[in-house]
Design a protein around this ligand. Structure first.
Ligand SMILES: CC(C)(COP(=O)(O)OP(=O)(O)OC[C@H]1O[C@@H](n2cnc3c(N)ncnc32)[C@H](O)[C@@H]1OP(=O)(O)O)[C@@H](O)C(=O)NCCC(=O)NCCS
Length: 374
């Protein structure tokens, strides 16, 4: 047995997957072979969700049917909504969302079924249910006319649910792009957690509950909320360079920078950056773009680190008027599709994921009874 320990599993190929290719050399990203730039520019989130779940882009009839299935699957059981609304607002929204998704699993008639068709219909349902969950996380009532409106794309439905107003087309475009960019990223920590759970032949909702718990951390999905908190502090501080130097001197991490795999830059960051810039111009509030680009230049110079997807997503969400505690749940709303694709792939070709560790504890020693230890 190879005794080499790869801390944090860095550089380890922990399995096979056909879903997403991360090209760390050129900083490229493809879903089933399609470049992320093309998908973000030309597709609706529904097309990309279909691609991830089915392995191919839909033709117009297939897309029509898929959208119909999503609209029909939007309702969430009243007991889940009641639970969401009664939890104290001081509880972290990701904790509430994790528990709500776990509850939704119990509503599934085929809860324990891990077959391809059962997993697919659970994945579609959960994807469609997310906007209603997010609205409830913010204690916002969801109008029945909005929930049942088939003319609202998934992005438009989500934004309407979170703001209570019919959004501008550009705002919908930003959310659509954000949903596409966040949808999938091969064996990242939360997806790996989902696959580990699925590999014991546990069900899709259990695997996604594991994934949400993993995504919550600030080194992973929690970073987008941490970025906006940091930008607000920098704005209050007034001096980007000094703020950065002080933090780096205390060996603190700068949120939204660095990536385990994409060491030469994250292609998704460039895409969302352009939208953050345009939102700043449109709203006349260019503070966040200015601070962000200044920080980006300084981080490259000081640490050789590039922004990841979370960095410019934060100010884009802020300019759309979205409350900070909903940023990581928005990531969930999108990544549900990638997680589900991986759970389906895992169940379809399952082998229990059970690695070994290099033992570092004491050598074998003689047992001492409780009386002798007195
Ligand atoms: C994403 C992340 C966890 C990857 O970490 P990793 O691959 O384990 O890299 P390491 O933690 O080994 O970091 C390597 C070095 O870069 C530094 N570094 C990495 N990211 C940094 C950041 N955001 N700010 C400051 N320093 C950073 C580390 O301090 C370390 O320096 P050292 O060797 O002098 O101690 C890390 O870059 C990070 O914490 N980023 C901020 C959180 C974030 O944005 N998360 C979202 C990821 S998509």
């Amino acid at each position: 047995m190879d005794r080499t320990v790869h801390h944090g599993l860095e550089g380890v190929l922990a399995g096979e997957s056909a879903i997403c290719e991360v090209d760390h050399e050129i900083g490229g990203l493809r879903y089933y072979g399609y470049e992320i730039e093309d998908l973000a520019e030309h597709c609706s989130f529904e097309e990309v969700a279909y691609l991830l779940l089915m392995g191919a882009l839909p033709n117009p009839d297939e897309l029509f049917e898929f959208k119909e299935a999503l609209v029909a699957s939007r309702p969430v059981s009243q007991k889940t909504i009641d639970f969401l609304c009664q939890v104290s607002p001081s509880v972290k929204r990701m904790d509430v969302l994790r528990t709500a998704v776990s509850m939704l699993g119990m509503d599934e008639s085929d809860h324990e079924a891990n077959g391809h068709a059962a997993n697919l219909s659970k994945a579609i349902r959960l994807t469609a249910q997310m906007p209603a969950l997010l609205a409830a996380l913010l204690d916002l009532p969801l109008d029945e006319n909005v929930r049942t409106d088939p003319s609202l794309s998934h992005a438009a439905y989500l934004l309407t649910a979170l703001t209570g107003v019919r959004p501008e087309p550009f705002a919908v475009k930003v959310i659509n792009v954000s949903l596409i960019l966040y949808a999938e990223h091969e064996f990242n920590a939360s997806t790996f957690a989902a696959r580990v759970t699925a590999s014991s032949l546990s069900d899709l909702h259990s695997a996604i509950t594991s994934a949400i718990g993993t995504l919550k951390g600030p080194l992973h999905g929690g970073a987008n909320e941490a970025v906006m908190e940091m930008l607000l502090k920098i704005e209050a501080h007034g001096d980007v360079k000094q703020y950065l130097e002080e933090r780096l001197a205390r060996r603190k991490r700068i949120m939204g920078f660095g990536h385990r795999v994409l060491r030469k830059g994250d292609p998704r960051s460039n895409i969302i950056k352009a939208y953050a810039k345009k939102l700043g111009e449109q709203t006349g509030d260019e503070r966040w773009y200015k601070v962000s680009t200044a920080l980006e230049a300084l981080m490259q110079h000081e640490k050789g680190l590039y922004p990841n997807l979370d960095f410019y997503s934060a100010s884009a969400y802020y300019l759309l008027g979205l409350p900070i505690p909903i940023y990581t749940p928005l990531f969930v709303c999108s990544r549900i599709t990638g997680w589900a694709a991986h759970i389906i792939e895992q169940h379809d070709h399952n082998r229990l994921i059970r690695p070994r560790c290099a033992y570092t504890g004491p050598k074998a020693r003689a047992f001492v009874s409780l009386e002798e230890r007195a």
